[in-house]
Design a protein around this ligand. Structure first.
Ligand code: SF4
Ligand code: FE
Length: 492
C-alpha cells in the first residue's frame, strides 16, 4: 500500500471508535475538537512531508521487512546513516511545526522491541520476534501511527510493581487464556496516544522474578474494547477554544498532545504479545526505547529551538534593537546551545552499532548525554528568548482588543486604535506582526507549547536522574582510572 497522504491519515482517524474524555465529558468528534486538532495537524505533517520530493530522502526509507517504500517513522534503522537521517528528519519536523509531532515514540518502540524480542526468543524459545515482525509489516504497509506507551503511574516509587497496594499502578496481566491475555492498568502522559491507530505497550522499569505478571509488552488497537483516554491539560489550552483569538494562541496550527491511557480488562490475542513474564528482559526494552528517544530529542527539540531563535531575532528586529551587540550575542549563545544538542544527536547516531537482530542502535552513553543536555539547554534558550522579547509577550491585551471598534478616547478613538498606537514598534513593521511574534514566544516559553519545549525536555524520555544513572553505568570510570594510573606510573 502507498504512503498515506495527510488527508488520508486524518480521515483514517475518523474511522476509529477511539474513546476520548476531556473536561469530564466524552468527546465524540475529537478529530475536529479545537483543542485536539492542532496536535493532529502536527502528526499529519509526518505524512505530508513524506509526499514531497524535496524531503523524500529524509522522510522515507526502504523497508527491511518487505522492500517497499515506507515512511521513515515506521522504519527499522539499518545503518548509522539511517540513525543520522532520523535525527535530521526530526529537526525538520520541529522546524515545520514548532511542536511535538508525536510519531517518534512509535518509531523508537519499533526499534527497541524488534531487537529485544529477538534476544528474548533466543533465551526462551518464544515467538515474540515473529509476532513483532508480522505486526510491524502491517504497520508499514498501512502507514500507521503507533504510540509507544511506556510510563506507568508507578504509585509508591519505593516499591516494585508486585509490592504496590494497587496492582494497577503498573500494567499487568490479570488473566491468561489459551488464545491470549487480559491486561489492566494505565500509562501516563502518553504523547500522541489519541492520534495513534495502535499502541505498543512496554514495561517502564527493570523487574524481578516476582513481577512476572507486570513484565508484559504487546500491541493493541487504539479503539480496542476496554481502552480509553483522558486528555491532558496544557497551560492556556482553552485559548484554542475561544472564537476569533487565533493570534492569542501563538501557534494556532500545531501543538502537542498527552493523555492518560487506561486499559480496563483489555484482551490481547497471542499474536500481538512481545513479552509475557520474562522479567529479566523488561529492563532491556526500557533501556533501548529510552536510548532511542533520548537520541530523538537531539533532533526534535533542536528544530523547535530553531523556530524559537528565529522568533527571538524577529522580536528584536520589530523592537528596533537587532543591531545591539548584547542582542546579537544572546542569539549567538542560543544558537551555540541549540547546535550543541544537535551535535549530540548526530554523534550518538554516528557511533551506533548493529543489534543481534540486525537493526541499528545508537551509542547509549552519547544518547544519554544528549538528553541530559536537553534537560537544561532549552530552558536557557527560552530564558534568553524572554530576555530579548521583553515583558510585552506576557502583558499584551487580547486580539479582540486589537480588533475592537469600541470608542474609548476623547476623540472617539477605538480600543483597537489605542492598542495599535501604543504597541507599535519599529516603523515599517505592522503592530499585528509584533503581536504575533510576542504571542508565539509566550506560547513557546510558558503557554501550551512549553509542555513540549520545556517540561517535556526535562521529563520526556526519562527525567534527568535516569540519564545520570545510565551515564554512570556507561561512563567507564574504571577504565579512566587505569588511564591515569598508566600515565602517573601507579602500579597496583
Ligand atoms: Fe518526537 Fe520529540 Fe515529540 Fe518525542 S518529544 S515524540 S521525539 S517530537
Ligand atoms: Fe517526548
Amino acid at each position: 500500500m502507498a504512503l498515506k497522504t495527510a488527508k488520508e491519515y486524518i480521515d483514517s482517524l475518523r474511522q476509529l471508535k477511539t474513546r476520548v474524555y476531556m473536561f469530564g465529558e466524552k468527546i465524540d468528534n475529537w478529530v475536529d475538537h479545537p483543542m485536539i486538532r492542532p496536535s493532529i495537524n502536527c502528526v499529519a505533517m509526518t505524512y505530508a512531508l513524506a509526499q514531497e520530493p524535496e524531503y523524500e530522502d529524509l522522510m522515507t526509507a526502504t523497508s527491511s521487512l518487505t522492500g517497499h517504500k515506507i515512511n521513515r517513522f515506521t522504519h527499522l534503522h539499518q545503518s548509522t546513516e539511517d540513525l543520522i537521517k532520523k535525527v535530521k528528519m526530526q529537526r525538520l519536523l520541529g522546524q515545520k511545526t514548532a511542536s511535538c509531532f508525536q510519531r517518534c515514540v512509535g518509531m523508537d518502540a519499533f526499534n527497541a522491541v524488534f531487537s529485544s524480542t529477538y534476544e528474548i526468543d533466543q533465551a526462551h524459545g518464544t515467538h515474540y520476534h515473529e509476532n513483532f515482525k508480522k505486526f510491524l509489516t502491517y504497520v508499514q504497509d498501512n502507514d500507521l501511527t503507533v504510540d509507544g506507551a511506556m510510563t506507568d503511574p508507578k504509585g509508591d516509587r519505593s516499591k516494585a510493581p508486585h509490592q504496590q497496594a494497587d496492582p494497577d499502578m503498573y500494567v499487568h496481566v490479570v488473566e491468561r487464556r489459551p488464545d491470549g491475555i487480559v491486561v489492566c492498568g494505565a500509562k501516563c502522559h502518553q504523547t500522541g496516544s489519541v492520534n495513534s491507530h495502535w499502541h505498543i505497550f512496554m514495561p517502564t522499569i527493570s523487574m524481578g522474578p516476582e513481577d512476572k505478571d507486570w513484565a508484559v509488552s504487546f500491541a493493541c488497537p487504539t479503539d480496542a474494547e476496554g481502552l480509553y483516554m483522558i486528555y491532558g491539560r496544557q497551560s492556556c489550552d482553552t485559548r484554542k477554544m475561544e472564537q476569533g483569538c487565533h493570534i492569542d494562541v501563538g501557534n494556532a496550527k500545531f501543538g502537542g498532545q498527552e493523555a492518560l491511557v487506561v486499559l480496563d480488562h483489555v484482551f490481547i490475542p497471542n499474536e500481538y504479545i512481545f513479552l509475557n513474564g520474562e522479567t529479566e528482559f523488561a529492563g532491556m526494552i526500557v533501556e533501548r526505547f529510552a536510548g532511542y528517544h533520548r537520541q530523538s530529542y537531539g533532533g526534535c527539540k533542536v528544530g523547535v529551538g530553531d523556530v524559537v531563535i528565529g522568533a527571538a531575532a524577529l522580536a528584536a528586529e520589530y523592537n528596533g534593537v537587532e543591531k545591539a551587540s548584547a542582542v546579537k550575542d544572546k542569539l549567538i549563545e542560543m544558537t551555540h546551545l541549540n547546535e550543541t544538542l544537535y551535535s549530540c544527536g548526530i554523534a550518538c547516531s554516528c557511533e551506533g552499532c548493529p543489534t543481534k537482530a540486525g537493526n541499528y542502535q545508537i551509542d547509549l552513553l552519547l544518547a544519554n548525554v544528549c538528553k541530559q543536555n536537553v534537560t537544561r539547554f532549552p530552558y536557557e534558550i527560552v530564558r534568553l528568548a524572554e530576555d530579548i522579547a521583553g515583558g510585552l509577550m506576557v502583558t499584551m491585551p487580547s486580539q479582540k482588543d486589537f480588533e475592537s471598534d469600541l470608542p474609548v478616547g476623547r476623540e472617539g478613538e477605538t480600543i483597537g486604535e489605542i492598542c495599535q498606537k501604543y504597541f507599535a514598534g519599529r516603523e515599517g513593521v505592522s503592530t499585528e506582526d509584533r503581536q504575533r511574534v510576542m504571542r508565539f514566544l509566550e506560547n513557546m516559553c510558558l503557554g501550551a507549547a512549553a509542555v513540549g519545549y520545556r517540561t517535556e525536555s526535562m521529563h520526556g524520555a526519562g527525567s534527568p536522574q535516569a540519564q545520570r544513572i545510565m551515564i554512570a553505568r556507561q561512563g567507564n570510570i574504571q577504565g579512566k582510572k587505569q588511564l591515569a594510573k598508566d600515565i602517573a606510573g601507579i602500579k597496583d
